[in-house]
Design a protein around this ligand. Sequence first.
Ligand code: 4AZ
Length: 275
Amino acid sequence: MPNLLVLALPLLVRLVHATPAPGRALQRAGIVGGQEAPEHKWPWQVSLRHSAQYWQHICGGSLIHPQWVLTAAHCVGPEVQDPADLRVQPREQHLYYQDKLLPVSRVIAHPNYYAAQDGADIALLELEDPVNISSHVHPVTLPPASETFPTGTRCWVTGWGNVNRGEPLPPPFPLKQVKVPIVENSVCDMKYHSGLYTGDNIPIVRDDMLCAGNSKRDSCQGDSGGPLVCKVNGIWLQAGVVSWGDGCAQPNRPGIYTRVTYYLDWIHQYVPEEP
Ligand code: 4AZ
């Protein structure tokens, strides 16, 4: 009998969460709350594919160099992946419709990665050959180490992930975008403590993380590994890597991203500064 409860509990939790609060409609609009990306926007976006998923989409990623992709460690680890089980699909408007999957020669998850909530949720993929750079497919710029991306910075997150919790992007799987407000780390940590008994002295949002989003705009499952980019002095910089969150677009639960500036030295151990 206790076994039955154990089995039924996740289902019950799902049902409770799937029921919208009074006066709050379920959102079905976007990535969560976004819209389809214009055809040639976000040329650094990639889709990560895995053999165990029959080469379907498992995560997002971004080109940071013609031969290197930045993604989340939780997309490829902590078990070390055989590069032969992974492929990279450069940006396409509709997932699967024009697939030209690129082979991966090396998978490097951050050595400190254990679980997304503990931080270091970052990984690099080396491509066997550099991609053909065009106006539609090219790398994003990494931020200078001093860039903090303060509240008010104009940032967007993109991906083919769920349009709401438990609700996959429907065919024809267009790339989605949503503008998300940056939430300063201490404010985000305070929000994450609300509704929990976790002591305020126990950090939930770490220094190597960055928060963005609100109850209308967020990334979601399947966007993981993809880029959060911000326009600073007219240039798009990659501020974050989609990492984790408590559900998607929940009140007091902004999306949590790996803070790219925290890992610049690690990235440049592998990725040349010049293409
Ligand atoms: C996930 O499960 C996930 N709202 C990704 C992003 C967010 C939550 C969950 C952020 O991969």
